[in-house]
Design a binder for this molecule. Structure first.
Ligand SMILES: Nc1ncnc2c1ncn2[C@@H]1O[C@H](COP(=O)(O)OP(=O)(O)OP(=O)(O)O)[C@@H](O)[C@H]1O
Length: 378
C-alpha cells in the first residue's frame, strides 16, 4: 500500500502523475494534485479538457494508464473496494432507477454499499432529511423534477458517509431556482465532506469553492485560491481613479508619477461595460507615446468624461508596482482630490480565457467543435 503522509495524517485525495490515454491519443496527462480534509475544490475546464476522465479515475471507474491515486492513504489500484467506500460520486447523469420509489432506491444503494441492515433505516432517514426529500419518500423517481432527481443523486452519493464527494457538473441542466437550491446543499455538504466538483459555470467556483483547478487539453494549467489567482496572473498593476480637477492637468500629473506606465481616460462606455461585466475594448495607451499624444489631441471627440469637473482614469504600472500611495500624495499635493480609487484585477472569467482560449482555437481546428460552451453566468 502506498502511504501518503501529511501534517495531519493522510490527504483525503492524492493524484500523482496520473495519465489516461485513449486509443485516439486524447485523455489526460500527468495530472498531479492533492486535496486536504474540508476543501471544496472546483474543477474547471472547457469541453473535452479531461474533467470527467479525471473524476472517473479518482472514483475507480477507469484505470489510469500511468500514475497513482490514493484516497485517505489507500491506493485505488491496490485496494479498489476499500478506497471506493471512502468516495461518494455523482456522475453527470445521476445513476437512478426511475421506476423505483425514493426510499426503495436508497435502500438498494444501502445494500450495494454494504451498510449494515440495522443501520439502513436511520441512515436513509438522515439523508432524506439532509437533502430536503421529506414528503417524497414514496414517490416514483420518474415523477420527480430534475432538481429533486439531483437531490436523490446527492443522497446516494453521501449515504455511506464518504470522506470525499466527487460531483460531476452537479447543477448542469437545472433551472435557476434548482441551481440555487443544489448549490446551497453542496455548501452544507462541504461542512462535513471534502468536495471535488466539476463545472462549466465560473460563478459557481466563486460562490462554492475555496480552491480552483483549471484543466486544459488534459493538463492542469492552474491550481489556486479563486480570490488570489488574479494577483498571481496580473502582469501589470491597474488602479481606477476618479479625480476632481482640470482634466489636462490631472492626466499630466498622473503620467509623471514614478512607476506609472500608462494612463487611460475612462469613458461613459467603459463605465457601462464595467457595469455589465465586460472589459473595455480600447487598447491601453502608454504614457508619453505618440499614440497617447494624438489621443490627447483628439480627446474631445474620442472620450467623454463622466462628469465635467471630474476625470475617471485607469492607471497602469509595470512590474506590478503598487502606485496607489504615490498617486495619493501627488494628487493631494496638487490639491486634486481623489473621489474614488479601486485596484482592478482580472476576473476568474478573464483568467480562464487567458489560460484556455488560444489552445481552444487550436483544438477547434483539429477536432469537431462541441456544442457546449463555458458559461459565465448561472
Ligand atoms: N472513451 C473515450 N474514447 C476516446 N476518447 C475519449 C473517451 N472519453 C473521452 N475521450 C476524449 O478525452 C478527452 C477528455 O474527455 P473528458 O470527457 O474527460 O472531458 P471533459 O472535460 O469531461 O469534457 P465535458 O466538459 O465535455 O464533459 C476529450 O478529447 C474526449 O474526446
Amino acid at each position: 500500500m502506498e502511504i501518503v503522509a501529511t501534517m495531519g495524517g493522510f490527504d483525503v485525495l492524492e493524484v500523482k502523475q496520473v495519465s489516461k490515454l485513449y486509443e485516439n491519443q486524447r485523455g489526460v496527462q500527468s495530472i498531479d494534485f492533492s486535496m486536504s480534509r474540508g476543501e471544496i475544490v472546483g474543477f474547471l475546464g472547457p469541453n473535452g479538457a479531461g474533467k470527467t476522465t479525471t473524476m472517473r479515475m479518482i472514483t475507480g471507474y477507469l484505470n489510469p494508464t500511468h500514475g497513482s491515486i490514493t484516497i485517505d492513504g489507500l491506493s485505488m489500484a491496490d485496494h479498489p473496494k476499500k478506497a471506493r467506500q471512502k468516495i461518494g460520486y455523482l456522475p453527470e447523469t445521476p445513476p437512478l432507477y426511475p421506476e423505483m420509489t425514493v426510499t426503495a432506491y436508497l435502500q438498494f444503494i444501502a445494500d450495494l454499499r454494504g451498510i449494515p441492515v440495522k443501520e439502513q433505516k436511520r441512515r436513509i432517514g438522515e439523508v432524506i432529511e439532509r437533502l430536503g426529500l421529506q414528503g417524497r419518500e414514496k414517490q416514483i423517481i420518474r415523477s420527480l423534477s430534475k432538481g429533486y432527481k439531483q437531490r436523490i443523486g446527492l443522497a446516494q452519493a453521501i449515504l455511506h458517509s464518504p470522506d470525499l464527494l466527487v460531483l460531476d457538473e452537479p447543477t448542469s441542466g437545472l433551472d435557476p431556482k434548482q441551481i440555487i437550491e443544489i448549490r446551497q446543499l453542496i455548501r452544507e455538504l462541504g461542512e462535513n465532506h471534502t468536495v471535488l466538483l466539476s463545472t462549466h459555470i465560473l460563478p459557481e467556483i466563486n460562490t462554492l469553492c475555496n480552491r480552483v483547478l483549471i484543466i486544459n487539453q488534459g493538463r492542469i494549467v492552474l491550481d489556486g485560491q479563486p480570490d488570489r489567482l488574479a494577483n498571481s496572473m496580473d502582469e501589470t498593476f491597474e488602479v481606477s481613479l476618479e479625480v476632481k480637477g482640470p482634466r489636462e492637468a490631472v492626466l499630466s500629473e498622473l503620467r509623471s508619477v514614478p512607476g506609472v506606465s500608462g494612463v487611460r481616460e475612462l469613458t461613459q462606455e467603459d463605465a457601462a461595460a464595467e457595469h455589465t461585466g465586460s472589459a473595455p475594448v480600447e487598447a491601453e495607451v502608454e504614457a508619453g507615446t505618440e499614440e497617447a499624444q494624438s489621443l490627447e489631441a483628439s480627446s474631445e471627440t474620442a472620450t467623454t468624461p463622466v462628469l465635467s469637473d471630474t476625470v475617471k482614469v485607469l492607471v497602469s504600472a509595470a512590474d506590478r508596482v503598487d502606485v496607489r500611495e504615490a498617486l495619493f500624495y501627488r494628487l493631494a499635493e496638487r490639491r486634486y482630490p481623489i473621489l474614488s480609487m479601486k485596484k482592478e484585477s482580472l476576473s476568474l472569467e478573464e483568467i480562464f480565457l487567458k489560460l484556455t482560449t488560444n489552445e481552444r482555437l487550436d483544438t477547434a481546428q483539429s477536432e469537431d467543435a462541441s456544442d457546449k460552451e463555458v458559461t459565465s453566468n448561472a
